[in-house]
Design a binder for this molecule. Structure first.
Ligand code: PHE
Length: 454
């Protein structure tokens, strides 16, 4: 027997689910992380591997996550335990849910800090701080900003309070309208920014950088990062999409929803790349600008374009909203579990989870300034959290989800849940989830730790 509703509430319509899941997927990952990681690994080859990962690994795994969530109708930990027991498998599969909680915890801790940067930049843009600035000045401005732990702490705290506030009310209330209007607005603004980039005189150079593969710059770590970026950007491998799936009604088509969600997410990332790289070249900057890239590049454009003060403010504001709707999904698996297993009210659960994440985030923001000398494997705390969570934990969670959905769950159960019949679509999913996704992720992970030479 599978439950038809969740105790945490349900999405009112399939559209509400698509909006929420797209809200989770589209965020800092697309606009902040994608351009700078692509720049770090040489552009085109990274983008190509990323796109292949989205299509061949991300889409089938997203279908699997939603399917498992909807069948379990509980937090990822309890969903995995329930489904494993139902299928006669070991209850240890719930560890997958636990790993997701840890990954979500790590991700949100630094994500909130970066969302804080975005909030600070709303005010800078509105106050006219970018008027006529050159590349050097913006870069200096960013450097000074992240050197100030108090400012970072204030913004990080505000963002965490905002995220807790929404999760405390329940994700099905309060999220829908913000995604419905903000997302299309962000999209249009990005298109306009790409239009502006076309006037920079370096558009072709930027686009070529993004799309012409040069494998010499990619390397093992580049492949790992491209795969990690696909998981991160699609919100996969940690239970966020699974928990959102658990609030989806039983009739809705999973496959169509996934194509819309993943397609939008990928398009937004590509648009962000097309808006930023031409400006990188137009201002004689190197693509290896690091995690400050958007903050070091776009303000130059806002400082020059007509109406830049308005567009800059709007852009950073919409980015805050995009980050907000992602942060909520990072908290939800933890909160759902606290409500189910500890009997907490949503408000209490959200506050508890929020405080824990907030504390960890302080370590991240201090690693940018006071603790910048403390490194492990050459990475500061924030970069380490990002690397481990995105490139190791999410893909690992993804492989386990693929193995569970493809090998542990009875074929009849997935046929029943995906509602694609037993036709070409289902068989393609079956092939991808059973063989392609787990083998590809395993090869990349093993190659990265040096256990396998590509
Ligand atoms: N996908 C979000 C982004 O791109 C981040 C995220 C990762 C959200 C994992 C939930 C789970 O910004």
């Amino acid at each position: 027997m599978t439950a038809t509703t969740s105790i945490h509430g349900m999405w009112s319509t399939r559209m509400a689910f698509i909006l929420a899941a797209t809200g989770s997927a589209v965020g800092l990952g697309n606009i902040w992380r994608f351009p700078y990681t692509a720049g770090e690994y040489g552009g085109g080859a990274f983008v190509l591997v990323y796109l292949i990962c989205v299509a061949a690994i991300g889409i089938p795994i997203m279908m699997a996550e939603i399917m498992l969530g909807r069948r379990g109708r509980q937090s990822p930990i309890n969903t995995m335990r329930l489904l494993a027991t139902q299928e006669g498998r070991s209850p240890a599969w719930q560890l997958l849910g636990w790993m997701g909680i840890v990954a979500g915890f790590l991700i949100l801790s630094f994500y909130s800090v970066v969302a804080g940067w975005t909030m600070a930049y709303v005010f800078r843009a509105a106050g006219g701080a970018f008027a006529g600035v050159d590349a050097e000045t913006v870069s200096l401005m960013f450097g000074q900003f992240i050197a100030d732990p108090e400012a970072l702490l204030a913004w990080h705290s505000i963002f965490m309070v905002m995220s807790v506030a929404v999760v405390a009310r329940g994700v099905a209330n309060g999220l829908e309208s913000s995604v419905r209007f903000m997302m299309p607005a962000l999209f249009l603004l990005l298109v306009a920014m790409v239009g502006y980039a076309m006037t920079s005189g370096h558009f072709v150079e930027g686009a070529t950088y993004l799309f012409r593969p040069d494998f010499s710059k990619l390397g093992t770590e580049g492949i790992l990062s491209a795969m990690g970026q696909a998981f991160f950007s699609l919100s996969l491998g940690m239970g966020a999409i699974m928990v959102y799936g658990s609030y989806l009604n039983s009739r809705s088509s999973i496959a169509t929803s996934v194509v819309i969600i993943a397609g939008t997410d990928t398009l937004v990332a590509i648009l962000a790349g097309l808006a930023i790289f031409p400006l990188v070249f137009a201002n004689d900057l190197a693509p290896q600008l690091g995690s400050g890239m958007v903050f070091k590049v776009l303000p130059i454009a806002f400082g020059q374009m007509p109406g830049g003060q308005f567009f800059g403010t709007l852009f950073f504001l919409l980015l805050v909203f995009a980050a907000w709707t992602s942060a909520i999904s990072l908290l939800e698996p933890m909160v759902a579990w606290l409500v189910e297993n500890r009997g907490f009210s949503r408000v209490r659960a959200a506050m508890l989870a929020g405080v824990a994440v907030w504390l960890l985030g302080i370590a991240s923001l201090l690693s940018l300034n006071l603790w910048s000398d403390l490194t492990l494997f050459g990475l500061g705390f924030m970069d380490l959290c990002e690397f481990v969570a995105a490139n190791v934990m999410l893909p690992l969670g993804g492989v386990l989800i693929a193995i569970f959905a493809g090998w542990m769950l009875a074929r009849s159960s997935s046929i029943d849940e995906l509602r694609l019949g037993d036709g070409v679509g289902y068989r393609l999913w079956w092939l991808l989830i059973r063989y392609v996704a787990p083998i590809a992720v395993a090869i990349v992970l093993l190659n990265a730790v040096g256990l396998l030479k590509l």
